[in-house]
Design a protein around this ligand. Sequence first.
Ligand SMILES: Nc1ncnc2c1ncn2[C@@H]1O[C@H](COP(=O)(O)OP(=O)(O)OP(=O)(O)O)[C@@H](O)[C@H]1O
Ligand SMILES: [Mg+2]
Length: 276
Amino acid sequence: MKKRVSQLHEAETINADSVTFPKVEPMVTRQVAIAIDRLTKRFEDVTAVDDLSLKVEEGELFGLLGPNGAGKTTTINILCGLLEPTSGSVVVGGYDVQKFPGRVKELIGVCPQDTAVFSYLTGKENVELFGNLHAMPREKLKQNTQELLGKLSLLEDADRRVSKYSSGMRRRTNLIMALVHDPEIAFLDEPTVAMDVQSRHAVWDFIKDLKRRNKAIILTTHYMEEAEELSDRVGIIDHGKLIALGSQNQLKDRFRAENLEEVFIQLTGRRIREDV
Ligand SMILES: Nc1ncnc2c1ncn2[C@@H]1O[C@H](COP(=O)(O)OP(=O)(O)OP(=O)(O)O)[C@@H](O)[C@H]1O
Ligand SMILES: [Mg+2]
């Protein structure tokens, strides 16, 4: 991703010992990390993503919310280059995903909705395998693996086969596999599904740390308290269409709602989606 651009601007002038000089404050201009422009994806009988446009900046966590079948995973799969759009474009880290899929893969980390780990390998071996796929230098891989296993409380179990792990442990392993190469951009598709409260909080802290380190993140979740805890901005999609976009406060004000769950229910209704 291109380097952050810092701009200086004159804020005010101050007086010290009768010398007047300008007080200069840094004003940070954040780069757009992910740009989705009029994206549509049609499968034979369904339009999964319908004319979707949005942007995510570096250092921003964007919560992509929507009921089952809304088109969240399809969108993420297109952003990763796993699926081709029917029309529209996606640019990730400055690269058109269709034209430069290899460059994009170097920049991104993906935690897929369906946990994908090798059961006959240990947790550590799974992580190292992914680090090697990214051609990480050996020392860096060792260091990152230890650090991430520690942060997500998997050090003690690192040398056990994943077949012996609980589903929450597998999910945490999958998250580490996605991020071991320290990507600039992360797509996290329901990263905390099936986790206990303690693990979920550990993952939240971990994700907050990614934000502090200026990563751009798209997170999908069905846990509204998770979206509230982590999201800088939220997009709600339904039937592939973006039906609301804004900061949490903007959305709560606009829909006169106490919390995101209320906004979500107002927009998407109470009916269970049996058509997916
Ligand atoms: N490979 C496919 N072939 C045909 N239809 C598909 C395919 N993948 C997804 N769909 C359809 O596209 C729509 C969007 O699915 P998607 O998985 O993107 O939803 P989602 O928002 O991630 O849902 P969930 O919250 O359940 O994960 C659904 O109607 C789904 O049945
Ligand atoms: Mg999904």
